[in-house]
Design a protein. Structure first.
Lengths: 102, 368
């Protein structure tokens, strides 16, 4: 059976970022015109979860547990955020084989 | 009141500081004045922390303000970090090695959370023989240096730093040494380069001075820099000086070899008094009991924070370095800078050096 590719997201290693009391500020260093991106609220928790490479499903499950929400609803909210962060060069995504043998 | 309040804020979370923050919420005009001061003193990170941990009582709106100004300062810091990486990349392409000084180096290496330390420019150290190459490399990134070299060879032999501006408007100070005037000229640059600490910014591997040299630089910055040093610079002296891993003996040995013992002692004493620091650490004991020589007292008083002036600082350089010929050459560059340098000063709206110098000397004239 063919194995489906599930993208895994992780922080871009070149990224510049700072944590303040209630937000995360991000800047892609390679683009001199890039603007600082600010994550607040649940975006801070998302950023913490992205410390390790994670799929959308895994992120949604962990954030759903954290905030007491259905993973499907969380995934619908998080997906465009991940896409936006990736487009700005703040995240990397890579294909991952689902159900691969250990 | 604001000055005392800023001191108390700057001393917040320093382990042995005795200054107290207000116990009641500030009224509107006090709060807005405090915020102005916090921006000038680059204490946004300390303010946010004091508000977050409840040490400074605030209304909900004031707490919001505190976190907003901190976020704004961190946005600026990130843009400066991006500029720094551009600078380091350009220098590496030109074969120039650099050390990162002050701001981001102290933020990353000396604070549990880098966001606690705010900064407003980029400072790097290069070797004297690399200074011209470094300036040329940075010209490609923006407007280049603010003024031409004073005279050919001045930068390499005598300058504290060359200031350049990048395309994004950020300022880069390319240091040859860590202070202006005699104290900067007396620093043994080979020894300044001997101790370094690696750190990572993004994915870039960078190097700063090691902790002992960072402390000496922080002390020079606090005492020999601005006429009224920023409180964030004073905090650096405490943060670095109180670090349990600081090699106090090595710090004292180095600064005395560079004939800067009086500067370091003055800085340590300054912050002890200013922040009401207790404790009887080895460094504080040394600073309290060290007696400055007549020469040291005289030279220190030439610096602006001690009541001196830029002109006096430049003149102290005639007592620094080694050899009569070097001192004569130094004085010659002060007295007769190149016409290109003089013209660039005029064009940028700066005061004529002779007039400014004469005015400063007359204004400062007093029996020593």
């Amino acid at each position: 059976m063919p194995r489906a590719e599930v993208p895994a997201f992780r922080r871009h290693p070149d990224l510049l970022w700072r944590r303040t009391h209630d937000r995360i500020l991000l800047l892609a260093p390679g683009d001199p015109d890039a603007e600082v991106v600010v994550l607040t609220g649940s975006g801070v928790a998302l950023w913490d979860e992205l410390a390790e490479s994670s799929s959308l499903e895994a992120l949604a499950a962990r954030l759903g547990e954290l905030f007491g929400a259905e993973p499907e609803l969380v995934a619908a909210d998080v997906a465009p955020v991940l896409e936006g962060l990736e487009r700005r060069g703040l995240l990397l995504s890579s294909g991952r084989s689902q159900g691969a043998s250990p | 009141m604001t000055s005392d309040l800023l001191d108390a804020l700057a001393a917040h979370d320093l382990p042995t500081a005795s200054l107290q923050l207000p116990r009641n919420t500030l009224v509107a005009h006090e709060w807005s004045t405090l915020l102005e001061g916090v921006r000038v003193e680059r204490l946004e990170g300390v303010l946010a922390r004091a508000v977050a941990d409840g040490a400074l009582p605030t209304s909900a709106a004031q707490a919001h303000d505190a976190h907003e100004v901190h976020a704004s300062a961190m946005g600026s810091a990130l843009r400066l970090d991006r500029s720094l990486l551009q600078v380091i990349s350009a220098l590496r392409s030109a074969g120039v090695e650099a050390r990162v000084l002050k701001g981001v180096a102290v933020a990353v290496l000396d604070h549990p959370e880098p966001a606690q330390r705010c900064y407003g420019d980029v400072d790097i150290l290069v070797r004297p023989d690399d200074l011209a190459s470094a300036v040329t490399a940075l010209e490609a990134l923006g407007r280049g240096r603010d003024l031409p070299e004073r005279r050919p060879g001045f930068d390499r032999r005598f300058a504290k730093e060359v200031t350049a501006y990048l395309g994004d408007g950020n300022e880069v100070d390319i240091h040859r040494t860590i202070a202006a005037g005699v104290f900067g000229l007396d620093v043994r640059l080979d020894e300044l380069w001997e101790g370094s600490t690696p750190f990572v910014l993004g994915s870039a591997a960078l190097r700063a001075l090691d902790r002992e040299r960072r402390l000496i630089h922080a002390c020079y910055n606090a005492v020999l820099g601005d006429s009224s040093p920023r409180r964030v610079a004073l905090r650096d002296v405490v943060v670095l000086g109180d670090h349990p891993d600081l090699d106090v003996d090595e710090t004292i040995r180095l600064c005395e070899r560079w004939r800067g013992g009086a500067v370091v002692a003055a800085a340590v004493e300054l912050v002890r008094r200013r922040f009401g620091l207790g404790g009887t650490g080895e460094l504080r004991h040394w600073a309290r009991t060290r007696s400055a020589t007549a020469r040291e007292r005289l030279v220190l008083r030439s610096y602006r924070s001690m009541g001196g002036s830029n002109t006096l600082v430049l003149l102290t350089g005639a007592f620094g370095g080694t050899g009569v010929r070097s001192r004569v050459a130094y004085l010659a560059t002060l007295v007769a800078p190149s016409s290109a340098y003089r013209e660039a000063r005029r064009a940028s709206g700066r005061t004529d050096e002779w007039r400014q110098g004469a005015a400063e000397l007359l204004g400062k004239a007093r029996p020593w």
